[in-house]
Design a protein around this ligand. Structure first.
Ligand code: UDP
Length: 420
């Protein structure tokens, strides 16, 4: 992974120009200008996994582009043991409002891991961008004379449930040490003493996950996994980590209803992220359920299966995202970019992407939304022209608002203003 990381982290201005075809010339010119203004500034990005999940997905595309602009950027990934990642997953679950108990030993593992990982940091960096709660504690170990020279930004990618969340108390004093915090939606901004900004997430239209693919390649991937031709048997797809917030069980229930009325197939594609120890257990439980339902396929793919996921998203007739909590939902964006009608829950960052009935459908989360989800899927299967119109609008929404060029511009403008 490290070798691959160093290979892909080189990009040229040529690749930057290639984005003009999607995003327009103007933003590319703006980015080049910003790059000039920020030349010489040292950036460091820090998160907790190189592969798997939305944060790694964004950084893998963002960093080569920042380098293409001539910026001096490094990317560090903290490492920790199971006790640490169990605790941070628990923290993640609490922050998204799932009840449970706090493991005091986990708090110890959190601080020890953050202390040990501080050695990864480059004290000559001018701007340090920390992603999510796992490495948030690094800031506690910066010597004061270094801290005075640096700007520290904390980027929160999860949906923070501000009500009744014990763990907010854990994070609040930590985040208040930062110069700024960045959230994915207005409604997540907590009432903390830190200047807060919104940057909407984005996808990379030229990445392996999102680039155009040939029909042959798409067919090969379908054949490889024994899936029927979607023109004969519509394919309903959910791509997500095996995580309880992603709503796999609700998708399965909705599918059962749809299948009673129309022949179709359901595909769950997921994987594991090295910073998420719950994946395996949830995958195993889902595998048991899936055995009982015909026409359902469950794939646990390696974390670098970007091209295959791309092919499956392109092959899908309808894409689902039935999350009960969702920081943003890049899988929604990815589906929309591929001109697919997406049926997703009205939670977290999803309504920032889907306008119900216009470029996709929004349904209620949880049990309450199952029937509605089934009805929307059925409608889309029975009205292919309307589904196509929705898909075209979905792509246009992403082109206008959720491409990486806009995300990069937002981030660099923020840095420029903080350095003033
Ligand atoms: N993803 C993947 N393999 C998987 C599951 C997900 O590559 O098995 C990707 C997916 O295509 C998307 C990202 O991981 O780019 C998930 O981002 P999202 O914001 O939807 O959810 P998160 O995992 O960050 O909660």
């Amino acid at each position: 992974v490290e070798k691959e990381a160093s290979d892909f982290l080189s990009a040229t201005t040529e690749t930057l120009e290639a984005y003009a075809a999607f995003a327009g010339e103007e933003i590319i010119a703006d980015l080049l200008r910003l790059g000039e203004e920020l030349r010489g500034v040292r950036f460091q990005q820090v998160n907790s996994t190189r592969l798997g999940g939305g944060v790694a997905e964004m950084l893998r595309s963002l960093i080569p582009l920042e380098r293409a602009l001539g910026l001096d950027v490094s990317w560090e990934v903290i490492t920790g043991d199971l006790a640490f990642f169990n605790f941070t997953k628990q923290l993640h679950n609490f922050l998204q409002g799932r009840p449970g108990t706090i493991d005091i030993l986990g708090v110890k593992a959190y601080w020890e891991t953050n202390r040990a990982n501080y050695r990864l940091l480059d004290e000559r960096a001018d701007v340090v961008l920390i992603h999510d709660p796992q490495p948030a504690g690094l800031i506690a170990f910066v010597p004061p004379e270094v801290r005075r020279r640096q700007k520290w930004l904390w980027r929160c990618h999860i949906q923070i449930d501000k009500e009744g969340c014990l763990m907010v108390d854990f994070l609040k004093p930590l985040v208040e040490l930062y110069d700024a915090a960045i959230f994915s939606a207005m409604s997540y901004i907590p009432n903390w003493q830190v200047q807060s900004f919104i940057i909407l997430p984005y996808i990379d239209p030229l990445s392996e996950k999102n680039r155009e693919l040939s029909e042959t390649e798409i067919r090969q991937v379908l054949d490889k996994y024994g899936l029927a031709d979607p023109t004969q048997k519509p394919l309903i797809l959910l791509v997500s980590r095996f995580d309880l917030f992603k709503g796999h069980w609700y998708a399965l229930e909705a599918f059962k209803e749809v299948r009673r009325q129309k022949e179709c197939q359901l595909l769950f594609v997921g994987g594991t992220a090295s910073d998420d120890p719950e994946n395996e257990r949830i995958f195993a439980a889902l595998a048991e359920e899936v055995k009982k339902v015909p026409d359902v396929c469950l794939l646990n793919l390696p974390p670098d299966s970007h091209r295959e996921i791309n092919a499956l998203q392109r092959a899908a007739t309808v894409i689902l995202q039935p999350s009960t909590k969702e920081g943003f939902g890049l899988t929604v964006t990815e589906g929309m970019w591929k001109e697919k009608p997406v049926v997703a829950t009205n939670v977290g960052g999803i309504p920032a992407q889907i306008a119900d009935g216009y470029n996709g459908f929004l349904v209620a989360p949880g049990e309450a939304g199952i029937r509605e989800m089934a009805a929307r899927i059925l409608y889309l299967l029975e009205h292919p022209v309307q589904a196509q119109v929705m898909g075209r609008r979905a792509r246009e929404t992403v082109r206008e608002r959720f491409l990486i060029t806009r995300g990069l511009w937002d981030e660099l403008m923020l840095v420029k203003n903080l350095l003033r």
